[in-house]
Design a protein around this ligand. Structure first.
Ligand SMILES: C=C(O[C@@H]1C=C(C(=O)O)C=C[C@H]1O)C(=O)O
Length: 356
């Protein structure tokens, strides 16, 4: 076939695709009408998860899994954007890792509302100015994001989904490497690049700022003073900075887990994770007794963090992630047992334990 002939075929397929996408949009709109009538959440992470898995398994063509997921992410994003109240609050400004994580989950068609801090993200969702909020919860190198953990204590919001994002940090500047005197970044990113900084910039001043995007803005504004930033490529693009060195994080597989918070949690999918927080009574052996509840019901505990209760010195709140859904009978029984040993147990949510 000649180039022109092949293009005639492509044009015909595109016209069919467009027609099918319009038909799909009509059906999704109908789903939206039914959901609103029945008071259900428009975004259904469990359905999206199942759909993506099924499509990847069905795929027999030459497109890799990554591409199928990316294409369908945007098709579903366009569907969500048909609902006028679909707004996603995230830790801003534009270009942060949280922004990139939010786009990975919700695509490019929905509206995003950048927020100044974690508390504002929670607040916007609680006040229904945003339907969903995206916040980081832990990094595979640096550990927990304690700010986010603390906010769950008093918040009425629930977790409905998680997002895993590989974090590749870069040295960003508009000046040559030799002129760099000060590095700006978010404290989490300094932690992720500790060894690289010691090796390459042992004498530089490190200045912590609220986000990697803010760091990139400063690197652009104060270039003449020797400013550079550590951050992602989106932050570089938005501030016209060069990538002086890429992938500078100490661990190549550096990954951050983000949470999607909303008014409701998510129904079971068969592969779920449950997050809870609890406080034990101030008496000997109380933490051991509490944890025995999971052992007794054979519940796999994948993570535990502790934070000061902020009510009384040396009193702690524990954050635990469990395998399973809170509606699974075994997990429900374990939580009931846990309550008998604790002064507080709060279910933060059950959601698909996706690897994406
Ligand atoms: C259409 C639905 O609502 C939303 C849109 C989806 C889609 O475009 O396929 C999937 C799940 C929901 O986030 C649904 O729940 O079926």
């Amino acid at each position: 076939m000649t180039l022109d002939e092949i293009r005639v075929h492509i044009d015909a397929i595109d016209s069919q695709l467009l027609d099918l996408l319009s038909q799909r949009a009509d059906l999704v709109h109908e789903v939206g009408v039914v959901k609103k009538r029945d008071g259900l959440q428009i975004y259904a992470p469990e359905r999206e998860d199942a759909l993506l898995k099924k499509l990847v398994a069905m795929n027999e063509g030459r497109l890799p899994e990554r591409s199928i997921r990316a294409i369908y992410r945007e098709i579903m994003s366009a569907a969500l954007a048909l609902e006028d109240d679909m707004k996603i609050a995230y830790l801003g400004p534009e270009g942060t890792w949280t922004h990139q994580a939010a786009i990975k989950k919700f695509g490019h068609s929905v509206e995003y509302l950048p927020q100044a801090n974690f508390a504002e993200v929670f607040d916007q969702v609680a006040r229904r100015k945003a339907s969903y909020g995206v916040v980081p919860i832990e990094n595979s190198t640096e550990g927990a994001v304690s700010h986010t953990l603390d906010l769950f204590v008093d918040s009425p919001l629930r977790i409905c989904a998680q997002i895993l994002l590989r974090i590749e940090n870069n040295l960003l500047a508009s000046i040559p490497r030799e002129e760099i005197k000060t590095l700006y970044s978010h404290p989490q990113v300094f932690g992720q690049c500790k060894n690289w900084i010691l090796r390459h910039f042992p004498n530089a001043d490190l200045v912590e700022v609220s986000s990697t995007t803010r760091a990139a803005q400063i690197a652009s504004e104060r270039a003449s003073e020797g400013a550079a930033a550590l951050g992602g490529t989106l932050a570089a693009e938005l501030n016209q900075l060069e990538i002086i060195e890429s992938s500078i994080q100490d661990r190549a597989t550096n990954t951050t887990r983000f949470l999607v918070v909303s008014e409701k949690t998510c129904p079971p999918t068969g592969n779920d994770r449950t997050s809870i927080l609890f406080a034990v009574r101030d008496q000997p052996g109380s933490l051991v007794d509490a944890l025995k509840a999971f052992n007794a019901f054979e519940i796999n505990m994948s993570k535990i963090e502790s934070r000061p209760s902020k009510q009384k010195d040396w009193e702690y709140i524990f954050y635990v992630d469990l395998a399973g859904h809170c509606e699974d009978p075994k997990l429900a029984d374990a939580l009931k047992e846990l309550e008998t040993h604790c002064s507080l147990v709060k279910l933060l949510g059950s959601y698909p334990d996706s690897e994406e």
